[in-house]
Write a protein that binds this ligand. Structure first.
Ligand code: NOJ
Length: 562
């Protein structure tokens, strides 16, 4: 039995996080919507996978314009999901099993049905008026030209006071005004409410949007666009680090928790500012750069095939840029992204093999890995013929806007098939019964028709399944500190199909070889060949008959050497 070198580090650096999208995870009462009792019934399954932390997407009271990312009451549980008693029980059941719970913190915006907004909207001199961004129109139009992330203008006119309010997401998600110290204090109070219940951290929704440049200047309008990208004026804005440090001082620093900020438009240099422990902001962030590599200019719906060299360059930049200075999150999937096996892998002939390859490539890097529900069984994207089978507000708004701009229906549907968020949100597939065992009722979103072939029951019965492979990857992170601590070095950067890198630490070395293609691929490198021939195979997604630099389609091999 090998013994591996050991370091000493924070618990969240060695943990793997599992994300639950509650609406689609498990329905316990037959209403077609996942719920908290459903989650409780599956905790043993998660324990078996080996994850230590669960990130739960919002379970708060919400009118569900954006499936819970539009919160009406931060301290109440969504009725469809259960009650506060159910929540307390879930937390206790998690803790009984040694699982930690990270809650979603959505404080860039609320629902327009939140009491603060109802008050704010009622009159210009209401004490809550300044909790949100209200502005007069300009020349009979919106106060500035910013577009919403979900299409259309970022402003909505409200006749009660003849002013517009800002909403970077849907018009039912008005942006909170963090310039107002009273608002900040209310947010901190709410955070303490959850932390005092004993939760173990927060995932902070688009938290780098909370500081806007005063004056809210117009963005640059691109040809063919109706509204401008205002990102320059609200991403990582002028007071962002002050706000993050204040939140840390007032709340986070008082608890032993883990925090992760969702931060689109952030570079490794920004990430160092957010995550360097000496700066007291958050533990890690979610970056988006590697998720944008298969988009052409103009945004995610403009499709472009991935160039593997771009992906290597990008992950290399993050691995080396944060090493020793901050901390990374590692992810391929979440509730906003298409399924990775359909995206960077192969969801047909090589589904299982490429899913394992992708897991290998990510889980051997430095950072805290996130597994999104269904990723561990290789769930795939869907292609529903009818637009009416889709639910996501982003998809629906984009469809309307693009139809108006004259795009062909088939082209818009293709973008939805490749990038739509509902790909990730189809119900979790538990077994081969109707609706994949997710519900006995009618599911809120259509089930992936491949449930007969892809489901948890099948995965648990097959010792070679993706599930057990992920279980091993998760286990190695606990055992081998080199995965947490080691230096990262990209190898053979220019190879168009093989992603190769090594990790080194304390006389130990890992060499990771991943073939991202459905063809046999070779690396020509005598020294590397010699190295692997004198190393042990730590894990591989297929039989290794021979230690070689010729990889079969979607092969992944990790070598370990002391
Ligand atoms: C990011 C969340 O992940 C996404 O699902 C949501 O629509 C937006 N933020 C707005 O809250």
């Amino acid at each position: 039995m090998q013994t591996f070198a050991k370091g000493n580090t924070e618990w969240w650096k060695k943990a793997t996080v599992y994300q639950i999208y509650p609406r689609s995870f498990m329905d316990s009462n037959g209403d077609g919507i996942g719920d908290i009792q459903g989650i409780i019934s599956k905790l043993d399954y998660l324990k078996e996978l080996g994850v230590e932390v669960i990130w739960l997407s919002p379970v708060y009271d919400s009118p569900n314009d954006d499936n819970g990312y539009d919160i009406r009451d931060y301290e109440k549980i969504m009725a469809e999901f259960g009650t506060m008693e159910d929540f307390d029980l879930m937390l206790a059941e998690m803790h009984n099993r040694g699982l930690k719970l990270v809650m979603d913190l959505v404080v860039n915006h609320t629902s327009d049905e939140h009491e603060w907004f109802v008050q704010s909207k009622s009159s210009k001199d209401n004490p809550y008026r300044d909790f949100y961004y209200w502005r007069k129109g300009k020349d009979g139009k919106e106060p500035n030209n910013w577009g919403s992330v979900f299409s259309g203008s970022a402003w909505e006119y409200d006749e009660t006071t003849d002013e517009y309010y800002l909403h970077l997401f849907t018009k039912k998600q008005p942006d909170l005004n963090w310039e107002n110290p009273k608002l900040r204090e209310e947010v901190y109070k709410m955070m303490r409410f959850w932390l005092d219940k004993g939760i173990d951290g927060f995932r902070m929704d688009v938290v780098n949007f909370i500081s806007k440049v005063p004056g809210l200047p117009d963005g640059e309008l691109q040809p063919g666009q109706l509204y401008a990208d205002g990102g320059k004026y609200f991403l990582n804005g002028p007071r962002i680090h002050e706000f993050m440090q204040e939140m840390n001082r007032e709340v986070l620093s008082k608890y032993d928790i883990m925090t992760v900020g969702e931060m689109p438009g952030t570079t490794p240099e920004d990430a160092v500012l957010y995550t360097n422990p000496e700066r007291n902001e958050v533990n890690m962030i979610f970056t988006f750069e590697h998720m944008d590599l298969d988009s052409a200019p103009g945004g995610k719906w403009n499709l472009k095939p991935l160039d593997l060299v771009d992906l290597k360059d990008n992950l290399n930049k993050w691995q080396t840029g944060l090493h020793g200075k901050g901390w990374n999150s590692l992810y391929w999937n979440n509730h906003d992204q298409p399924r990775i096996v359909s995206r960077f892998g192969n969801d047909q002939e090589y589904r299982e093999k490429s899913a394992k390859m992708l897991g290998t490539c990510l889980h051997m890097m430095q950072g805290t890995p996130y597994v999104y529900q269904g990723e561990e069984i290789g769930m795939t994207n869907v292609r529903f013929e009818n637009l009416s089978d889709y639910e996501d507000v982003e998809t629906m708004n984009m469809y309307k806007e693009r139809s108006m701009l004259g795009y062909a229906h088939e082209d818009i549907m293709e973008s939805i098939y490749v990038k739509g968020r509902d790909n990730a949100r189809t119900p979790m597939l538990w077994d081969d019964s109707e609706n994949g065992g997710f519900t006995t009722g009618t599911p809120w979103l259509r089930v992936n028709p491949r449930y007969l072939e892809i489901n948890v029951k099948q995965a648990l019965a097959d010792k070679n399944s993706i599930f057990y492979y992920y279980q091993k990857l998760i286990g190695f992170r606990k055992e081998l500190d080199i995965i947490t601590e080691g230096n990262f070095k990209l190898l053979h950067r220019d190879h168009s199909a093989i992603f190769a890198y090594n990790r080194t630490w304390n006389n130990e070395k890992l060499i990771v070889l991943c073939n991202f293609s459905d063809q046999v691929q070779t690396i020509e490198d005598e020294a590397l060949l010699h190295e692997i021939q004198h190393a042990d195979v730590l894990i591989a997604n297929d039989e290794v008959y021979e230690k070689t630099l010729t990889l079969r389609p979607y092969d992944a091999v990790v070598y370990y050497k002391k």
